[in-house]
Design a protein around this ligand. Structure first.
Ligand SMILES: [Zn+2]
Length: 266
């Protein structure tokens, strides 16, 4: 069996009845758990509601870097009481996004600083609540968002583990994360024909250092591109990585499931 360790079932791109079908199809495909991540103030409660509605769904609560200008200054304080829910398994989706331009009325410098402030607060909350954290990093070019995330992570690495999701980097960058006790996860873009770097990294990293995810509804893997992504497609991502590494699906499932169990404390 597999777990979709990072998806967005509360996305407005899915209708509530669609989510019921998506969860059923996921279970039928052997993707037995779906971890759904909130991104902003408006999907915190709906993410919790999904975790309550489906045995197989677990929730992460956090503010995505692209949502920090919509969130109030005390957003992270507002999340704290919701973390007591038994199906909350981590903080996220947090991180730094220097790829998208600053929203109107914001300078790039202020926008990035607010992202770093929210990230630091979410690390502090994770440490206080004994939870791990799921991170997004993205740059136009270079690796400034990754490097800044690592700087902030270093301050909390003795208390919190971080997963760098949708990891696009080199094995050397992954090693920087592993040295702090963190890990990475691979999504549907590993299946793209153009994704030579991601495939090389997915082949090189040791079992136990990475998890599998869809990031649904985004990043639909081959051979399903052109359709809306959903957690059952972890099966396609797993097949791609098992083939790259020349190992059986069972061996990959065994390793990625124990990694997910440890990271999300399932
Ligand atoms: Zn995501």
């Amino acid at each position: 069996m597999f777990t979709d360790t990072h998806c967005h079932l509360a996305s407005h791109r899915y209708t509530p009845s669609e989510v019921a079908e998506i969860v059923t199809r996921s279970l039928d495909a052997g993707v037995k758990r779906q971890i759904t991540l909130a991104t902003g103030m408006d999907d915190l409660q709906s993410s919790l509601h999904l975790a309550e509605s489906y045995d197989s769904v677990y929730a992460c609560l956090g503010i995505h870097p692209c949502d920090v200008t919509h969130a109030p200054d005390d957003a992270i304080t507002q999340i704290e009481p919701m973390l007591q829910h038994p199906k909350v398994v981590a903080i996220g989706e947090s991180g730094l996004d220097y790829y998208h331009p600053a929203p109107e009325g914001w300078s790039e410098a202020d926008y990035h600083q607010r992202q770093r402030d929210f990230l630091t607060q979410q690390f502090a909350l994770a440490a206080e609540q004994n939870l791990n954290i799921c991170l997004h990093t993205r740059d136009q070019s270079g690796s400034a968002s990754f490097d800044d995330c690592i700087k902030i992570y270093k301050q909390y690495a003795s208390q919190v583990k971080a997963v760098f999701h949708c990891f696009p980097g080199s094995p050397e960058q992954a090693q920087t994360i592993f040295d702090l006790g963190g890990l990475v996860s691979f999504t549907g873009n590993v299946t793209f024909k153009s994704a030579k770097q991601i495939q090389a990294t997915a082949n090189a990293l040791p079992l136990g250092s990475f998890m599998l995810e869809t990031d649904a509804p985004y990043l639909t893997p081959e051979p399903h591109r052109g359709t809306k992504n959903e957690p059952m497609h972890v099966a396609s991502i797993a097949a791609c990585i098992a083939a790259l590494r020349g190992i059986s699906l069972d061996e990959l499932a065994h390793a990625t499931e124990s990694t997910a169990n440890a990271f999300y404390k399932l």
